[in-house]
Design a protein around this ligand. Structure first.
Ligand SMILES: NC(=O)c1ccc[n+]([C@@H]2O[C@H](COP(=O)([O-])OP(=O)(O)OC[C@H]3O[C@@H](n4cnc5c(N)ncnc54)[C@H](O)[C@@H]3O)[C@@H](O)[C@H]2O)c1
Length: 377
């Protein structure tokens, strides 16, 4: 099996954050390699960033796609690591060309764009993974598998949260690149905190339980003066089967970094998982609690997860490998179509979760604007 050849859109140049994480994550297994990129919005900067990484550079994604279509460049998939406003167009163009996509979250700027992207991916039957990195953590995957096999019984309540403190002051006014576009409606969409990290909590609640949210009552706050969009996002949701979801995200919790996690309460037990302590999953049965630790070879992992475990228990396996697992899933779905002998990819979020996330944020914004009135998702 040769290495898969990967292209990247966005993510390059000094001061950029998540492109470097993708670069390392996709290189982790020595079966994928970044070969080309349109890494910045400004053509010259894009070419310079590609030169720095030693890959074939393109001034924009259109030029990279044109070379794919003419046969000059061969790519097995692309990863889109631009700010939110620049996810939809390149993702759609590559999907339409039949090239699989691993796209950053939130999937698009609007629900309509998300639905269109989902339709394109489905019509062409082209693999698509949405980069909710935390769903790549094996212990979060184990939580999903445990709920699916009925270990917790019927789910009654879910709490999912994401607390950060980095936007507790007007960092966007100090030239911070990441704060700048996240707080700008033209580049981020109708919600800052909800779209950026509320969608991580939303996916945790719905992906782990397999339940969807039917309607929401929400309170979005903007605490920092001069900011247009929310920096605090609080939602109560009615789920399928009578379960309740409490989904909160905030960027004004001073001292909190990436305090993301989930608790699930069912009729037979409860589970909890914390992103900042990602190697263990706690399951409470009522009398004794059980702590499951990550580690290759541990017998409690089903086959669907065992293939993703790289090192024995006691070693640190965290953020880069989690994102690498999303690349791994996309790689395996591509290779399966080529009849290569690879494990089955885990069901990481895709277009459906992307559409659901966009609808959820839109309903929360609408609900908050109506004093928390119950609003259909
Ligand atoms: N999955 C996760 O856990 C996670 C974590 C962090 C960020 N993200 C997502 O990654 C994306 C990027 O976030 P970031 O924090 O790295 O932002 P960033 O500002 O650090 O990086 C954005 C990159 O995109 C480039 N860019 C901007 N517009 C472009 C365009 N039109 N064409 C090509 N390149 C363009 C910039 O030059 C920069 O290299 C966002 O969608 C964000 O939500 C996801």
């Amino acid at each position: 099996m040769g290495k898969l050849r990967v292209g990247m859109i966005g993510g390059g140049g000094p001061g950029s954050f998540f492109g470097m994480v993708h670069h390392r994550a996709l290189s982790l297994d020595a079966s994928r390699q970044l070969v080309a990129g349109a890494l910045r919005s400004e053509p010259q900067a894009a070419m310079a960033a590609a030169e720095e990484w030693g890959i074939t550079g393109y001034p924009d994604y259109e030029a990279m796609l044109a070379d794919c279509q003419s046969g000059k460049l061969q790519l097995d998939y692309v990863t889109v690591v631009t700010p939110n406003y620049a996810h939809y167009a390149p993702a759609k163009a590559f999907l339409q060309a039949g090239i699989p996509v691993l796209c950053e979250k939130p999937m698009t700027m609007t629900v309509a764009e998300a639905e269109d992207l989902a339709a394109v991916a489905k019509a062409g039957d082209v693999p698509f993974i949405l980069a909710h990195t935390y769903t790549g953590h094996p212990m979060m995957m184990l939580a999903k598998a445990m709920v699916a096999q009925g270990d917790l019984g019927q789910i009654r309540k879910v709490e999912a949260w994401y607390n950060q403190g980095w936007l507790a002051t007007a960092l966007e006014g100090e030239g911070n690149q990441q704060a700048g576009w996240r707080t700008d409606p033209a580049r981020t969409g109708i919600s800052n905190c909800g779209g950026d990290i509320g969608t991580h909590a939303f996916v945790a609640a719905t992906w782990v339980t397999g339940l969807s949210i039917r309607r929401v009552s929400a309170r979005l706050n903007t605490f920092v003066e001069g900011r247009v969009l929310d920096d605090d996002f609080n939602v109560i949701g009615e789920m399928d089967d009578g379960a309740t979801a409490i989904i909160t995200a905030t960027q004004i919790a001073i001292g909190y970094k990436n305090d993301s996690g989930i608790r699930v309460f069912g009729t037979k037990g409860s589970l909890e998982w914390y992103q900042e302590r990602a190697e263990s999953l706690l399951v409470r049965r009522g009398v004794c609690d059980e702590t499951y630790w990550i580690g290759a070879g541990a017998s409690f992992f089903p086959d669907s997860i065992a293939a993703y475990l790289r090192v024995p228990a006691g070693h640190h396996e965290d953020f880069f490998p989690a994102l690498a697992n999303l690349h791994q899933s996309l790689e395996w779905s591509i290779r399966k179509r080529r009849n290569e002998n690879v494990p089955s990819p885990f069901a990481h979020p895709g277009v459906d979760e992307g559409v659901a996330g966009m609808r959820f944020v839109a309903a929360a914004v609408e609900s908050s604007g109506k004093e928390g009135a119950w609003t259909a998702v």
